[in-house]
Design a binder for this molecule. Structure first.
Ligand code: R5P
Length: 317
């Protein structure tokens, strides 16, 4: 039953994919609505099965689904969920994709490679998704892969709020590569700190090394920021490089998307790393990670959706 306290101009229903049902439920709770009914399953051979258990006819449907690991499963689930809604005569379909998988495949690094982020944008639109709400996209140009509007929210202010009281006053914000300078600058502005930039060279798809650094870290505590922590390799390597350059062994690590695959937590479990902050764009499995702090983006996403449902804009003001 719809119990919206918003003055939304259209009837909407919010559904959860299986990637992050807890986040979807928290968003729905904040919007004061129940989650829509659907059964998401797998056929015996692994194919995705989705069935809506309520009508979406002439409704605005919002599907909350991060394309988090297993990325391909969650992506196909989002696609077939949207297709089910389209075929059931939903008026409009918005995909709320807090973590947008394949975002790193936004350009070709060599010959005979795909631009998979573009492929994902194409297929999302093919199944009728008319609007995407996402968070801290790996690169802003991904928005341009879509004809449909894309709203990219940022978790930087809420991560800064969570970090602020823990950080020493001399902390510097470190960008682990050139691609994160703008993100690091946002953190630095939020925290009133200086920015240090590492220049990284990619050796192959999974290995990089730091060639030089802009800014002074000697004797300073560091907050290393990134859009995501996947294997933790970038962060661990950054920690070691900063220590080798004389930084104080007091490191804080923050990223919007905590993929934390392949023993990432173990890789970051060193005495110098004091705390790791991520958001709940990706549901945490049983991570054995004592230093991990997960900050919820549910309120942020819910406010943006509420603004959008009221007047068509996710922006404040
Ligand atoms: C790379 O460009 C991204 O911004 C992240 O730095 C990277 O994907 C993190 O991956 P990992 O944790 O495996 O080093």
């Amino acid at each position: 039953m719809q119990r919206s306290r918003t003055s939304c101009h259209e009837d909407f229903r919010i559904f959860a994919g299986s990637a992050n049902p807890a986040l979807a439920a928290a968003i729905a709770r904040t919007l004061n609505v129940d989650l829509g009914g659907a059964v998401i399953d797998r056929f015996p051979d692994g194919e995705v099965a989705v069935q809506l258990t309520e009508t979406v006819r002439r409704k605005h449907v919002l599907i909350v689904q991060s394309t988090a690991p297993p990325v391909n499963d969650h992506l196909v689930e989002l696609l077939v969920f949207a297709d089910a809604c389209r075929r059931a005569a939903a008026e409009r379909i918005t995909a709320v994709v807090p973590y947008f998988g394949y975002a790193r495949a936004d350009k070709r690094h060599g010959r005979r490679e795909p631009i998979t982020a573009r492929v994902v944008a194409d297929v999302l639109q093919t199944v009728g998704i008319a609007h995407v709400v996402t968070m801290d996209l790996h690169t802003p140009q991904i928005e341009g892969f879509f004809h449909a509007p894309v709203d990219t929210l940022t978790a930087v202010p809420i991560l800064c709020d969570a970090l602020r009281d823990r950080l020493p006053s001399d902390v510097v914000v470190v960008s682990p590569d050139r691609g994160r300078v703008s993100l690091a600058t946002s953190y630095a502005q939020c925290l009133g700190a200086e920015v240090v930039v590492m220049h990284k060279r990619r050796d192959d798809a999974t290995h990089t090394h730091v060639t030089h650094m802009v800014g002074e870290v000697s004797g300073r505590a560091c907050l290393i920021v990134d859009d995501m922590i996947s294997t933790g390799g970038t962060m661990a390597h950054s920690v070691n490089t900063l220590l080798a350059r004389g930084a104080r062994p007091e490191m804080y690590v923050a990223a919007t998307h905590g993929l934390l695959v392949s023993d990432a937590c173990a890789r970051l479990d060193t005495p110098a790393v004091r705390a790791i902050f991520v958001t709940d764009t990706i549901e945490m499995s049983d991570q054995n990670c004592a230093k991990l702090h997960v900050v919820s983006i549910a309120g942020l996403v819910a406010s943006a959706l509420q603004r959008f449902l009221e007047d068509g804009s996710t922006m404040v003001g």
